[in-house]
Each structure stands twice: as structure tokens, then as C-alpha cells.
Ligand binder design. Structure first.
Ligand code: ADP
Ligand code: MG
Length: 595
């Protein structure tokens, strides 16, 4: 046999391995979650590719994961019948850091160490394949891709900077397709090599894997067997007639017959196919956390089936917190996992299934109407997808409205703090859903004492003669509340929305009205509060016209016009924006952007 080839790890892998072996001791058990999720990904890939290329399944149709333990020698093997790896794929995947998730982990770890925190990052991120070294001193990966006719073996030790690759020559070790990982556990971790331990971990970490996971376990059944009665026993019973010694007496005994067999260790029915009435909140929370790698349970969830024109099932969630990488304009957010007839298709969308501004909503969608080999192009053009999108968006808004109606006002405050910006973006981008978005918006107001109010609350608080919704945009609460424009409205006890977030004004401008009430910027000229005394105004205008001319002359191009105003009460003068021009706040924004 040719000797095994030796390969060096990429520098980052070395660094990661060093961390794993020497400093990450807590939460070692996540190794199983990582390895099972790789097996499940490999099965997903194969199932997906086999839709268009059934030849890939020629080595056996079964798609499953099998875990065997050897407690005496401290060995665990995890075998999947998935896509496997070619030699080059082995080198690329297990010698370099393939996934951005692992790179992110390294970055976060560095930051948290600098901040002197010792949090549970490994549980949060996972370190993928390399987590095998949390518990193993040696890892052997034997793998066969349907693209290659050879099987290759990767072998790595915990404390060396290199790994080896060789071709599998031992006929006993050949597998038809897929990957078998053999973990040689460290002394202290041999306890993991036990079926019960593995089953318990599977329950915690991998219960939503959609392929069957079998564990090799010892089983037993009881059996009645006939045994000869001990002759000495028979003697004692005083049976002394020597002639009857011929046949030994029989008696029955219960024994346990032991054997080993595969035991199905997970529930493979996806949670979204179950009846919502039979799924507990706990189960939804667990599903959410495991599927989307979240720490906290969701703020709200919605599980529904739609029938009729287009049929699909879905569970949507609003997370309780916002991850840093989720921003209102992030493109690919992996927030929606699309399945077709239970086959995972993709979570890599760019607004086809869900508008980008709702990218904070997470969920799964399973459709029976889309073709399994659905591509991005098909998604973009499909009428079915358009209908799905519409329904999903509606359900998402219902769910958010549900939070806003909750008795617990904190819930919506929390939601707004995390995701308010997204909804403002929605008000700017999605005219079709203005009716759904507007009631969900929140603003500060001149009468709410630093509390956010809804537009419904504003409308309820309107004076009987008040026709419009008034707002002023400013760069801070104090400049908004001290603006001279407010004086006349305050005098009339009219509430004014204080738009202090740059996006507030854009959102309001796009909505333009709410419940037939126009939004009116009180900093613009021509503010009509419906109480003008025209006679008197005329007189005053005449009286001061010369003064106005004089001031305009002095200011020159700095102002467009100088006018008598009826909107001031205690301030001597105010600068207003032209009716069709930018508001002062907008100008400030534009200026900030062009710098
Ligand atoms: P990630 O799963 O995030 O990509 P991992 O470190 O867990 O990162 O795995 C790295 C890569 O190794 C995977 O992307 C995959 O290509 C490959 N891989 C790992 N385990 C398997 C497996 N059981 N079958 C096929 N490929 C695998
Ligand atoms: Mg992985």
C-alpha cells in the first residue's frame, strides 16, 4: 500500500484546534450536535441532488444516520449514507475553515476574551467538524462520494498540526456511499461511548433532524427455559427409591436473552406537519432554538396550513432578540427555510419568499406545489411563490399585531426596540401593506412623556375639531419639544408626533395619511389650524410689510421669503421650510449623507 499522504492544516484551523484541545472545556457534548448536523446536511445534499440525478442513489436508497458505541475501548462511530466527499473535498473541507460560521466563532471568541468574558460561545456557534476534538484524541473519517469510485480515509490527532489522507484498501471497511466518522475518545471522555448517553444527547440536540438516527444498543427479552433439576436437590427431597434414578427431573427457569440491534432514536415527523393543537409551546421553542441557533425562545410564533389555490404549511417566529448580523437591509438572511414535500431546498433567498424588510421573521415553509428541483429563477417567476409570499407576509403581520395586542406591554416594547426599524423600512418600501404596517408603528409625542405611542392612540387623543395628524421632525427630543412651531399647537392642546429617528419622517411621508387623516409637518409654511382670523391677519400684514422687506433685504439669499406668521406665541421669529421643499430635518439628513 502507498503510504498515507501528510497534509498541513490551514493556519486558522491550527488556531482553532489549539483552542478546542486546550481551552474549551465547557459544553463538550455539543460535538454530537455538530457531527449529526453534518451528517444530516450530507443527506440533505444527496436527497436534493438525487431529484434530478437518481443515479446518485444507485448504491442504496436508504438515507439515515447510524451511531455505534464501544464502551470498553472508548470509541464512537457515526455513519451516514449521505453525499460523502471526494479526496479533494476532504482536503478542502477538513483542512481549511470552510464555513463562515466557524470563522465568526473565532472572531467572537477573540472579542469575548478581550472583554474578559467567559461565556458559552461554543454552544452558541458550534465549531463544526472540529468539535470532534473536544472529546477525541484521534478522529478517522472514511468517506465515499458517489462521484468517485474510491473511498478515502482522513486521519487527524488532537495535538498535531497535520492530518493524513489515504485510500481505503481494507475490504472490511468499505461503505457503499457516505461517511463514517470514528472517534477515539480521550480518557476522561470515554463515558460518551454509551448508547444511553448518546440517546440522551440526541434528544437534547438533534430531535429535529429529519432523517432517522439509529443507535446500536443492547436489547433483551425474557424467555422461559427448561433446565435439568440438580440431582443433589432431588436427593434432598427424600426420594430414596434407588430404582427411580433413571430420568433427571425437569424444571422451568426465566432467563434474559440479550442481543444487539438498531434502535430508532429520534422523531422524524417534522413539527410543522403535526397538528398545531398537539404541539406544546415548549416544543415550538425548542424547534426554534435548534433550527435557528437561537439562545432564547421566540417572542411569538404562528403555525398554519393554507389550502385551496396553493397549499403549504409553515411555522413563523419573531425572535426575542436581534442578532447583530440581522440588519434592516441585509440581503441574504437565511431566515426562511424552504422545503418541498419535506425535502429541504434552500434558505438562501433574496426577497423572493419574504420581503427583505421582514427578514427578522424566521420560519420554515413546506410546499407540495413547487417542483423539487426549484431554482431561484423559478422562484422569481412562479405564481405559486407570489401567492405564498402574500400569505406569509399577512401571517407575519398578524403575528406581530398579536404581540402589540398582548396584555404585556413590555413585549411590544421589546419587539419595537429590536425590529422597529424594519417596519419603518416596510412603510417606505411596501405600499401594498401600508394598512398592516401603520398600526404597528410607534412614535414619541409631545404629550406622551417619553413613551412611544401608536397612531391609533394618537387618533383617539385628537380634539373634536382636529383634522390632521401633526408631526415635527428633529434631530433630538429636546430640539423637537422646544421648537417654536409647537407653540400654537400646545396652546390648543393638540398632540404632535416628535420624529426623532431619521427613518421616522421617511416612513410618515410614505404613509401620507392614517385612517383618512393627513400627516402634516408643522414646520412647513401654510400650516392651517383652521382658526385664522383673515381680517386681522390682513391688517397686520399691511402694517409690517415694510419691516418684512427690510429684513429680506438684509438676509438676501439666505431666505426665500420673509412673512408675517400666525403660528408663534412667545418666540419672535421662526425659520420654516417651503411647503414643497425639504423639511429642515431632511436637509440635515441629506447633508449628512453627502458628506
Ligand atoms: P459546516 O457544516 O458549517 O460547513 P463543518 O466544519 O461542520 O462546517 O464541516 C465542514 C465541511 O465538511 C462541510 O461543509 C462538508 O462539506 C464537510 N463535511 C463534514 N461532515 C461531512 C459528512 N458527514 N459528509 C459529507 N461532508 C461532510
Ligand atoms: Mg457543520
Amino acid at each position: 500500500d502507498p503510504p498515507a499522504e501528510k497534509h498541513e492544516y490551514q493556519a486558522e484551523v491550527n488556531r482553532l484546534m489549539d483552542l478546542i484541545v486546550h481551552s474549551l472545556y465547557s459544553n463538550k457534548e455539543v460535538f454530537l450536535r455538530e457531527l449529526v448536523s453534518n451528517a444530516s446536511d450530507a443527506l440533505d445534499k444527496l436527497r436534493y441532488l438525487s431529484v434530478t440525478d437518481p443515479e446518485l442513489l444507485k448504491d442504496g436508497p436508504q438515507l439515515d444516520i447510524r451511531i455505534q458505541t464501544d464502551k470498553d475501548n472508548g470509541i464512537i462511530t457515526i455513519t451516514d449514507s449521505g453525499i460523502g466527499m471526494t479526496k479533494q473535498e476532504l482536503i478542502d473541507s477538513l483542512g481549511t475553515i470552510a464555513s463562515s460560521g466557524t470563522a465568526k466563532f473565532l472572531k467572537a471568541l477573540k472579542e469575548s476574551q478581550e472583554a474578559g468574558m467567559d461565556n458559552n460561545l461554543i454552544g452558541q456557534f458550534g465549531v463544526g467538524f472540529y468539535s470532534a476534538f473536544l472529546v477525541s484524541e484521534k478522529v478517522v473519517v472514511s468517506t465515499k462520494s458517489p462521484k468517485s469510485d474510491k473511498q478515502y480515509v482522513w486521519e487527524g490527532q488532537a495535538d498535531s498540526g497535520s492530518y493524513t489522507i489515504r485510500e481505503e484498501k481494507d475490504p472490511e471497511q468499505l461503505i457503499p456511499r457516505g461517511t463514517r466518522l470514528t472517534l477515539y475518545l480521550k480518557c476522561d471522555d470515554k463515558g460518551f461511548a454509551h448508547p444511553e448517553r448518546i440517546q440522551k444527547l440526541l434528544k437534547t440536540y438533534s430531535q429535529f433532524v429529519s432523517f432517522p438516527i439509529y443507535t446500536w444498543e443492547e436489547k433483551g427479552f425474557t424467555k422461559e427455559v427448561e433446565v435439568d433439576e440438580d440431582p443433589a436437590e432431588a436427593q434432598k427431597k427424600g426420594d430414596d427409591s434407588a430404582e427411580t434414578k433413571t430420568e433427571p427431573k425437569k424444571k422451568t427457569k426465566t432467563v434474559i436473552e440479550k442481543y444487539w440491534d438498531w434502535e430508532l432514536s429520534n422523531e422524524t415527523q417534522p413539527i410543522w406537519l403535526r397538528n398545531p393543537k398537539e404541539v406544546s409551546t415548549e416544543e415550538y421553542n425548542d424547534f426554534f432554538k435548534k433550527t435557528f441557533n437561537e439562545y432564547l425562545g421566540p417572542l411569538a410564533s404562528s403555525h398554519f396550513t393554507t389550502e385551496g389555490e396553493v397549499e403549504f404549511r409553515s411555522i413563523l417566529f419573531v425572535p426575542a432578540t436581534r442578532k447583530e448580523d440581522v440588519t434592516a437591509d441585509s440581503r441574504k438572511t437565511k431566515n426562511i427555510r424552504l422545503y418541498v414535500k419535506r425535502v429541504f431546498i434552500s434558505d438562501d433567498f433574496d426577497g423572493e419568499l419574504f420581503p427583505r424588510y421582514l427578514s427578522f421573521v424566521k420560519g420554515v415553509v413546506d410546499s407540495n406545489d413547487l417542483p423539487l428541483n426549484v431554482s431561484r429563477e423559478i422562484l422569481q417567476e412562479s405564481r405559486i411563490v407570489r401567492i405564498m409570499r402574500k400569505r406569509l407576509v399577512r401571517k407575519a403581520f398578524d403575528m406581530i399585531l398579536g404581540i402589540s395586542c398582548s396584555e404585556n406591554r413590555d413585549d411590544y416594547e421589546r419587539f419595537w426596540e429590536n425590529f422597529g426599524k424594519f417596519l419603518k423600512l416596510g412603510a417606505m418600501e411596501d405600499k401594498e401593506n401600508h394598512k398592516r404596517i401603520a398600526p404597528l408603528l410607534r412614535f414619541f409625542s409631545s404629550q406622551s412623556n417619553n413613551e412611544l405611542i401608536s397612531l391609533d392612540e394618537y387618533v383617539e387623543n385628537m380634539k373634536p375639531e382636529q383634522k390632521d395628524i401633526y408631526f415635527i421632525a428633529a434631530d433630538s427630543m429636546s430640539s423637537a419639544i422646544n421648537a417654536p412651531f409647537l407653540e400654537r399647537l400646545t396652546e390648543k392642546d393638540y398632540e404632535v408626533l416628535l420624529l426623532v429617528d431619521p427613518m421616522d419622517e421617511l416612513a410618515i411621508q410614505n404613509l401620507s395619511s392614517y385612517k383618512d387623516k393627513k400627516f402634516v409637518d408643522i414646520s412647513k409654511e401654510d400650516l392651517d389650524l383652521g382658526d385664522n382670523n383673515e381680517e386681522r391677519e390682513k391688517e397686520i400684514k399691511q402694517e409690517f410689510s415694510q419691516a418684512c422687506d427690510w429684513i429680506k433685504n438684509r438676509l438676501g439669499d439666505k431666505v426665500a421669503r420673509v412673512d408675517i406668521s400666525n403660528r408663534l406665541r412667545s418666540s419672535p421669529c421662526v425659520l420654516v421650510a417651503a411647503k414643497f421643499g425639504w423639511s429642515a430635518n431632511m436637509e440635515r439628513l441629506m447633508r449628512a449623507q453627502s458628506m
